[in-house]
Design a protein around this ligand. Structure first.
Ligand code: FAD
Length: 452
């Protein structure tokens, strides 16, 4: 059976390895030239966080040890107020739980090396555009490639998805929802001694409402900074003086560490943010969309790639259960993963609110502190929505639903208090037992299971 994976990005490379490990003949088609032959510092330098869902797949594929070597552990969020005050919020229950910051470019290059170690052919500079879904053939100007199965891992602008939409007509639904906030990246270099200029154990956020700044550490002492602003502001800040004045007003404590940022601001591209919702993700028993091709989302939960890796993990498990019965494999993929894709899209939009504004809100931070106490006092029955999403394999749609119950519970618990000393743990226990536990038990969700 001949399998083609369209797109040799993060998800395409991992999918090709997963198929090969199950004994399939697989080839990758990639429109770009080989990125390993280019200077990594050119173009975008997006940083990602790698968490449980991707780690789980990488462990199964036997590549996690190598990926981990190029990550930097990040243990919590450091919020910077305009006055320069710092507030730290740990991510996990303790320091055994952290996010792994990685350069997307370095990770893609490593995965391409792994693909080659598995003897999987990669056809660079070959662009998929026309597909005859009925004949199972990708048509190029200089001929075509037939396939038995085609996996569209070709990113947010997926031509494989476009072929599905055109073939399925009205029975497909497809929306692109722009966020109205876009981003630009630039670098905070290491200091003169090669050290990080700010605390490297944290993701830094300068929350300022609809616009904010973020920083994630890189391996060699620098930080990748991401500036999020309403789309139209990028046009308004059109001179070095204007953007510098903007930084002086909103991010004064960081300016001294950004010697080149005005130049980089004008040199680096502006990135679009939005949510792509598509249904279905499959065509008969021959085509499936994975990763951003199926569910491009806004990046505020750090789960776009992680969700793509969970798509692959699900298909791997179904391949083991159903062998060559691809009709069944793809049907189950659609019914299981599509709700997860929708849920992580919604969670990510909600987290935009949280990161841009709420992390600077006293009441919100108090609620988070209370939640941390509950997570530690009641580890068998209380896991924050963030913890479930990021540090466990609990499906995204269940984390989303549990989170709604938890918000009600927390609101009730902190209604009349504003100091952690006033927290009534008996009341907390009875609220958890009454509101949350029956829901968790019904779904057999075990919060104590920690796979890593
Ligand atoms: C600012 C930002 C921060 C993010 N942070 C995180 C994070 O912390 N954690 C996380 O999990 N995710 C994060 N993401 C999301 C993550 O980057 C994506 O989810 C991930 O890169 C998707 O991988 P993919 O392989 O599906 O798509 P892509 O990485 O887009 O790869 C698609 C591949 O297909 C190729 N291709 C496209 N068209 C064709 C064609 N016609 N023919 C052949 N090949 C083609 C492309 O060249 C590319 O190589 C972030 C995204 C952004 C923008």
């Amino acid at each position: 059976m001949k399998m083609i994976v369209a797109g040799a990005g993060l998800v395409g490379c991992a999918m090709a390895i997963a198929l090969k490990q199950e004994g399939h003949e697989v080839e990758l088609i990639e429109k770009r030239s080989d990125p390993r032959l280019q200077d990594l510092s050119s173009g975008r330098s997006i940083n990602l966080i790698v968490t449980a869902k991707a780690i789980n797949l990488f462990q199964q594929l036997g590549i996690w040890d190598d990926v981990k070597k190029i990550t930097v552990p990040v243990y919590g969020r450091m919020m910077h107020s305009v006055e320069g005050e710092l507030t730290y919020q740990a991510y996990g229950r303790d320091d055994s739980e952290y996010n792994n910051s990685i350069s997307r470019g370095m990770m893609n290059n490593l995965l391409l090396d792994k693909v080659e170690e598995f003897d999987i052919p990669i056809h660079f500079e070959k662009e998929v555009s026309q597909i005859d879904l009925k004949a199972r053939k990708i048509i190029f100007e200089d001929g075509g490639i037939s396939y038995d199965k085609l996996f569209g891992c070709d990113g947010a602008g997926s031509p494989v998805r476009a072929a599905l939409i055109s073939e399925l007509g009205k029975s497909a639904s497809y929306q692109v929802e722009p966020l109205g906030v876009d981003y630009k990246e630039f670098l905070m270099p290491a200091d003169r001694s090669g050290n990080y200029a700010i605390d490297e154990r944290s993701l830094h956020i300068w929350p300022r409402g609809k616009h904010f700044l973020m920083a994630l550490p890189n391996l060699e002492g620098s930080f990748t900074m991401t500036l999020y602003m309403p789309t139209e502001w990028f046009k308004e800040y059109d001179t070095e003086e204007k953007i510098e004045a903007y930084f002086k007003e909103f991010y004064p404590d960081v300016l001294e560490f950004l010697p080149n940022f005005t130049k980089e601001y004008f040199k680096n591209p502006e990135g679009f943010l939005g949510t792509v919702r598509m249904n279905p993700w499959i065509y008969e028993d021959s085509v499936a969309l994975l990763g951003d091709a199926a569910h491009a989302i806004v990046p505020f939960f750090g789960q776009g790639m992680n969700c793509g890796m969970s798509d692959i993990q699900f298909i791997r498990e179904r391949m083991k259960a159903h062998g060559e019965d691809w009709s069944q494999i793809l049907k189950e993929y659609q019914s299981h993963q599509k709700p997860n894709g929708d849920a992580i899209a919604d969670l990510s939009l909600e987290n935009f609110e949280e990161m841009s504004a709420k992390v600077g809100d006293e009441r919100f931070l108090f609620k988070k502190r209370v939640e941390k106490v509950l997570e530690n006092k009641f580890p068998d029955t209380y896991r924050s929505r963030y913890g479930m999403t990021v540090y466990t394999l609990i499906p995204y749609h269940q984390a989303l639903a549990a989170g709604e119950i938890q918000q009600e519970l927390l609101d009730e618990l902190i209604r009349d208090i504003d100091d952690i000393e006033q927290l009534d743990l008996n009341k907390a226990k009875s609220l958890i037992d009454g509101m949350l536990l029956p829901w968790l038990k019904k779904r057999e969700l075990d919060l104590t299971k920690h796979p890593f």
